[in-house]
Ligand binder design. Structure first.
Ligand code: HEC
Length: 149
């Protein structure tokens, strides 16, 4: 028994230490904070509103607006982190937005979102993410239990 526990502890320690040795690990990754006002401007300038509305924002209509429409912000059951938003923009197919039918927002597993990586500056990316993040509201689901008597 003692051996088994020791083995388990050593195994876990090795797994934790192993993660950090992964040269592709995101440990230590942190972009600078952006500017939300500049982010709102960049969002419109980059025509993100072609496919997106932002909860609580009255954005002008985009020139080539068309489906798929995906709302950004609004109620979520878990915090939408800065990191998740950066990933959603620079690597949209990594994890598709929850709550939409896959065939609506993707084709052959690839997000229908444009790839901005060759055009968007890091400054624009951080500003847009800083603009979007506070629009997500964490809402605890309201479970109502029926009481049997
Ligand atoms: C041609 C349509 C289109 C345009 C333009 C577009 N997107 Fe998207 N976007 C999508 C679709 C479809 C999804 C859902 C699938 C996915 O998660 O990639 C999405 C998802 C997202 C998500 C993840 C949402 C979530 O709740 O998980 C973010 C954040 C996002 N887009 C930001 C942007 C920003 C910022 C721009 C402008 C730089 C932009 N999008 C431009 C189509 C578009």
């Amino acid at each position: 028994m003692f051996r088994l526990v020791t083995l388990m502890i050593l195994g876990t320690a090795a797994a934790i230490a192993g993660c950090d040795r992964d040269p592709m690990s995101e440990t230590g990754f942190r972009l600078p904070d952006g500017d939300p006002v500049a982010g709102r401007k960049a969002f419109i300038y980059m025509q993100c509103n072609q496919c997106h509305t932002v909860a609580g924002e009255d954005l002008p209509e985009a020139l080539l607006a068309g489906p798929p429409y995906v709302e950004l912000g609004g109620p979520v059951s878990r915090v939408k982190t800065y990191g998740q938003l950066v990933t959603a923009i620079v690597n949209p197919s990594h994890e598709l937005a929850p709550g939409y039918a896959e065939e609506l927002v993707s084709e052959d597993g690839e997000s229908k979102m444009y790839n901005y990586n060759r055009f968007m500056t890091v400054q624009e990316l951080t500003d847009v993410v800083r603009f979007l993040q506070p629009h997500y509201d964490v809402v605890v689901p309201n479970y109502t239990y029926r009481v049997y008597q």
